[in-house]
Design a protein around this ligand. Sequence first.
Ligand SMILES: *Cc1c(COP(=O)(O)O)cnc(C)c1O
Ligand code: SF4
Length: 323
Amino acid sequence: MPETTLSRTLRSASELAEAGLVAPAEVAALEAVASRYAIAVTPAVAALIETKDDPIGLQYVPDAAELVTLSDELDDPTADAPFTPVKGIVRRYPDRALLKPLLACPVYCRFCFRREVVGPDGGLLTEAELREAIAWLAATPEVREVILTGGDPLMLSPRRLAWLVGELSRIPHVEIIRVHTRVPVADPERVTEALAAALETDRALYLCVHANHAREFSDKAAGALRRLAGKAALLGQSVLLRGVNDSAAALEDLFRAMLRHRVKPYYLHQLDKAPGTARFRVEPAEGLRLVAALRGRLSGLGQPSYVVETAGGGGKVPVAWVA
Ligand SMILES: *Cc1c(COP(=O)(O)O)cnc(C)c1O
Ligand code: SF4
């Protein structure tokens, strides 16, 4: 637990130790983790961590277990690579495509399904690559929805983001722009008026906020969500995670927190089997019991679809179909 309020993001095991988030004896083992999977804990997130094993600490503080890969874990669990027609685009469905303008995130989640590719120094499309991806979208009229993801698109500067949203808004067949982001809860100070203004568009804009625990909805996050609610319809996406939200009470609190902040829970994801994430697994049968327990105790507005990514890039389906 940090003794004083941090002013900058923690990015190494020794910085985590200095802030009191990990023991000095763990630093060497965690530097080995950090050499493979990026670390970032923002001041806003550090302020919410009481211990590294609490529901916030578990999500962001690295653990030596991350270097153990189980036989059923995959580097690219959602199989993005075979569905990439041009750099930065993933198209698995006729009517919608992902555009990944960069692979940096405000924080690096220890359970991330793209953990083999996300990081602070990777994946920023060059201007030429971004123009090529936009040209592909413009030349593919079946695509009616563009989903900005990454990495985290709200890591772009307001100027670049406004340019990108403007370019997408000029494509006649793009009816919906969707932005997937962890910034509102993980780095709420980044959501300035200028960033919110960069999202201005005449298209339907949906902003899908990734959060996994009610405590992530801090006062600062509430301010960020208020600024964004004026620009976009807000949706919530969460991952079912052992030790973070694996009880009916924790899920109920999470979805109630979303609804209070005008965020409609959209998806609860079964954890993808990315390398070194076994400590977060909740089996589908248990997940189905938890989701069933929410029926009747929480408004229909607060009931997301519980979905799993099917093997080999088959897309997301309700867990109930396959469990
Ligand atoms: C998750 C995903 C989408 C969006 O799916 P929805 O069910 O519409 O939210 C689109 N394309 C790819 C490649 C995806 O992984
Ligand atoms: S913000 Fe999303 S993409 Fe980035 S590390 Fe977390 S889960 Fe992965």
